[in-house]
Design a protein around this ligand. Structure first.
Ligand code: GTR
Length: 412
């Protein structure tokens, strides 16, 4: 008995020491291939009970929800269902771009009493003969800011409309405030939850991070799009850049109604393989942006190797739908090679559905003298990847590829 008590004391004090160590530990990051630790990627096609997933049916019926639960439980938190009182009101509608497009603002009321809402900015091609496919994604600085000339590369509305698509966007902070350096309430100051975000109002106490709240908002946008006769809601591509690229992957994972998933420079806890620990890592992201995650995620600080999945499992939740992962050459912080490896490593899941992953085992490479915004693609299959010359951003050359990819998969 005394011996057991003794062991217990040693074990508990060991744990306490480890915890103290952890909080004092200095967070280091590197962007050097030579420092990438040796690792093997966990296999998404093994059930929690250790048995092998043999076919698409087993994936869809059981394994898929196991993987979704790991990310809900350990990284982003659970995404709640549609609120009962959800309803919509069109606030304005006008012709824009010399008659090329229709611009609408639709208010999404989240409760029957009209107490909580956020606004969605929608552009539709005016000359469309029938319901149009769409891109849907959140924005960083407010809906009006996407109309600003400075945002024309990130939101090239005329190009998207000419491509035959509509596009819907809402301000990230109108769903759940980020509290980040980007926030400039501007014209959107009247966002719905002045006393906090959707997490404070809906399912309070639920352990879900902002990324889950934003993904939830994207699904509500899709709820609206399903009611708009001008929209072909069975062909809506979910898209996002950076933290919103993490969000688009997570929204696509949770909501199979999104027909295509695009993640632009999503990096750590997005498409980048965590076990490479290249650029931003778990300790850093969870310290600087703790509100993005469930508190369960804290235990993986400094321990990417203990996470029960890696990010290719998250990306594979898009299967069998078309998936497009993108990097920028100078975006070392987001780990382009890790993002490519993720795109490449979803192939076994797509193969279950007889869908083609990336074509090559080599990462597409830009030549040393590549033009400033040059793009090198491996995007002929159902899973696609490209790397663009330049920095951490989403710009017209990326959109050009997204439009072509979506046109091909939506058979336009
Ligand atoms: C960075 C963060 C990244 C990425 C980026 C962004 O500061 O470290 O994970 O999400 O912000 O969203 O622009």
């Amino acid at each position: 008995m005394r011996r057991i008590a003794c062991y217990l004391i040693i074990a508990v004090s060991g744990l306490l020491l480890a915890a103290a160590d952890l909080s004092a530990q200095e967070i280091k990051t590197y962007q050097d291939e030579a420092l990438v630790p040796a690792f093997s990627l966990p296999d998404p096609l093994v059930f929690n009970n250790g048995k092998k997933v043999r076919n698409a049916r087993q994936w869809t019926r059981k394994r898929r929800s196991e993987v979704l639960e790991i990310f809900s439980q350990e990284m982003y938190g659970h995404v709640p269902a549609r609120p009962e009182g959800l309803h919509f009101k069109t606030l304005s509608e006008e012709k824009v771009y010399g008659g090329l497009g229709i611009r609408k603002v639709v208010r999404l009321y989240l409760d029957a009493a009209d107490q909580h809402w956020f606004d969605v900015l929608i552009h539709l091609p005016a000359a469309a003969k029938g319901p149009v496919p769409m891109f849907a994604g959140l924005n960083f600085k407010g809906n009006d800011a996407t109309l600003d000339a400075r945002s024309s590369a990130a939101w090239p509305y005329e190009m998207i409309l000419r491509g035959g698509f509509g596009v819907a966007t809402a301000w990230r902070d109108s769903v759940e405030p980020d509290g980040s350096q980007f926030v400039d309430p501007g014209a959107d100051a009247d966002w719905f939850c002045r006393d906090g975000g959707v997490r404070a109002w809906y399912n309070p106490g639920g352990d879900w991070g902002a990324i889950s709240a934003w993904a939830w908002g994207l699904s509500r946008i899709l709820d609206y799009l399903e009611t708009d006769p001008a929209v072909d809601a069975r062909h809506v591509a979910v898209i996002g850049h950076s933290r919103l690229g993490k969000t688009s992957l997570w929204a696509g994972a949770n909501d199979p109604r999104f027909a295509l998933v695009i993640s632009n420079c999503s990096g750590c806890c997005g498409a980048a393989i965590s076990r490479r620990v290249f650029g931003e890592n778990f300790a850093f992201i969870d310290k600087v942006f703790p509100h993005w995650f469930t508190r369960e995620f804290d235990k993986y600080r400094f321990h990417e190797e203990l996470f029960p999945a890696d990010q290719h499992w998250l990306a594979a939740l898009a299967a069998p739908r078309p998936l497009y992962i993108v990097s920028a050459q100078l975006d070392g912080w987001a780990d382009p090679r890790g993002e490519w490896l993720c795109a490449q490593s979803v192939a076994p899941v797509y193969r279950l559905f007889k869908k083609q992953g990336l074509s090559g085992n080599e990462m597409p490479a830009l030549s040393a003298d590549a033009a400033p915004e040059a793009v090198v693609c491996d995007n002929a299959g159902t899973v696609a990847y490209h790397i663009r010359n330049g920095k951490h951003s989403i710009i017209a050359p990326d959109w050009e590829q997204y439009i072509a990819f979506a046109r091909r998969h939506f058979k336009m």
